[in-house]
Design a protein around this ligand. Structure first.
Ligand SMILES: Cc1ncc(COP(=O)(O)O)c(C=O)c1O
Length: 398
């Protein structure tokens, strides 16, 4: 059995009481590395959360919603204002049409939407094809659904994939392809041609596409194309996103899923027994946020682009091989220029060697050898924090 995605526990370490399908998902790497950061006082470029809040008008809207008494259970599918705002957002940015009543579901972050989709759609023993490296919750959610993950590897420098390998990963048991673009941890933004290849395979094998687009607005190169916009895909795609990354309010956990009524109805059934509802006042604030002008969206991306460029240049000068991301707020590096290959050991030592925390990409892989030498840094931090981290990392080559 491969190491569970995102987890530091290997197949040899068993967690007492835990069901077998969740063995190996013990403690996420983010918990270990954040604990190391606070223990050592290191600069934490491990976990992906911004160190500044998003637009004030959005946080003020949350405060106003609390003061206005929006503090009880909201409607199960989400407040109408937010469902309308999500539908309008999809129309405004992608010309995708969703009916706010029957085709938009508000969830507790994208994480719940992904989990609910897998629980709703997969029979025990079904297979879910996903690209590795993959975001840690995909492995755990697939396992909770009793399904099996089948991975197709994205390889640097451009993190392309072999279309034949994707086709070969599909079997009679495949239920869905789980896509993530813009992609964590690589920062890849899937091209139109790559999305068309995924779409072709979905259509040919009558698969559902679950697409995680939480970084949809954090794009610096190229263009984010929702796979639901491709011919034949609208009726078989569950498009998932959330407000956390776009607006820098990761702690609010307001997400959504959009799909045709039959697919969304299945997801809603599972979702209602996970959290039922969440974050009533934050739903009001996100409804307002989604309607803000293009300049707000552009400003958030421009700010991150500056940070990306600053950290990438710093990492390069510190001696890393850098794969600059086209989107998201993560950059992947290769540590082999330092004469080492084991990213896990490197990250565990890094806080003690120079006071910086990063994440070893190996935890996002089933094929460990593919990610062994790769290390991820988050750049959603203040510029002075990034500069401090770079100054510390410079010590690695002295
Ligand atoms: C690819 C990806 N999907 C989903 C999430 C989680 O989204 P949310 O906080 O909305 O549940 C993250 C957070 O890091 C992520 O990187």
């Amino acid at each position: 059995m491969p190491v569970a995605g995102g987890s530091v526990a290997g197949p040899m370490s068993r967690t007492p009481h835990l069901v077998s399908r969740l063995q190996g998902f013990g403690t996420t790497i983010f918990a270990e590395m954040s604990a190391l950061a606070s223990e050592t006082g290191a600069v934490n470029l491990g976990q992906g959360f911004p160190d500044t809040d998003g637009p004030t008008e959005i946080s003020e809207a949350a405060v106003a919603a609390i003061r206005a008494g929006h503090n009880q259970y909201p409607p199960g599918p989400g407040i109408p204002e937010l469902r309308h705002a999500v539908a309008e957002h999809q129309r405004r940015f992608y010309r995708l049409d969703f009916d706010p009543q029957s085709e938009v579901l508000v969830t507790a972050g994208a994480t719940e939407a992904i989990t609910a989709a897998l629980l709703a759609l997969c029979e025990v023993g079904d297979e879910v094809v996903m690209f590795e490296p993959y975001y840690d919750s995909y492995g755990a959610a697939t396992a909770m659904a009793g399904a099996q993950r089948v991975v197709v590897t994205l390889r640097p420098p451009d993190y392309g994939f072999d279309v034949d390998a994707l086709a070969a990963a599909v079997s009679a048991k495949t239920r869905a392809i789980l896509l993530n673009s813009p992609h964590n941890p690589t920062g890849k933004v899937f091209s139109a041609a790559e999305l068309e290849a995924v779409a072709r395979i979905c259509i040919e094998h009558d698969l559902i596409c679950i697409t995680d687009e939480v970084y949809e607005h954090l794009v610096f190169e190229g263009e984010h194309i929702p796979i639901a916009t491709l011919g034949g895909m609208a009726e078989r795609t569950i498009t998932i996103s959330s407000a956390g990354k776009t607006f820098s309010f990761t702690g609010w956990k307001i997400g959504w899923a959009c799909a045709r009524p039959d697919l969304l109805g299945a997801v809603r059934t599972a979702k209602q027994f996970l959290t039922y509802v969440n974050g009533a006042p934050f739903q009001h604030a996100v409804a307002l946020g989604l309607g803000l002008g293009d300049e707000v969206y552009r400003g958030l991306a421009a700010d991150l682009r500056t940070k990306r460029d600053r950290l990438c240049a710093g990492l390069r000068s510190a001696g890393f091989e850098v794969y600059p991301p086209a989107g998201t707020y993560f950059v992947t590096t290769d540590i082999r220029p330092f004469g080492v290959e084991d990213g896990m050991a490197f990250c565990r030592e890094l806080p003690y060697r120079c006071g910086v925390v990063a994440v070893p990409n190996v935890v996002f892989y089933d094929n460990l050898v593919e990610g062994r030498h790769l290390v991820r840094f988050a750049f959603c931090k203040r510029l002075d924090v990034l500069d401090d981290a770079v100054a510390r990392l410079e010590k690695l080559s002295t």
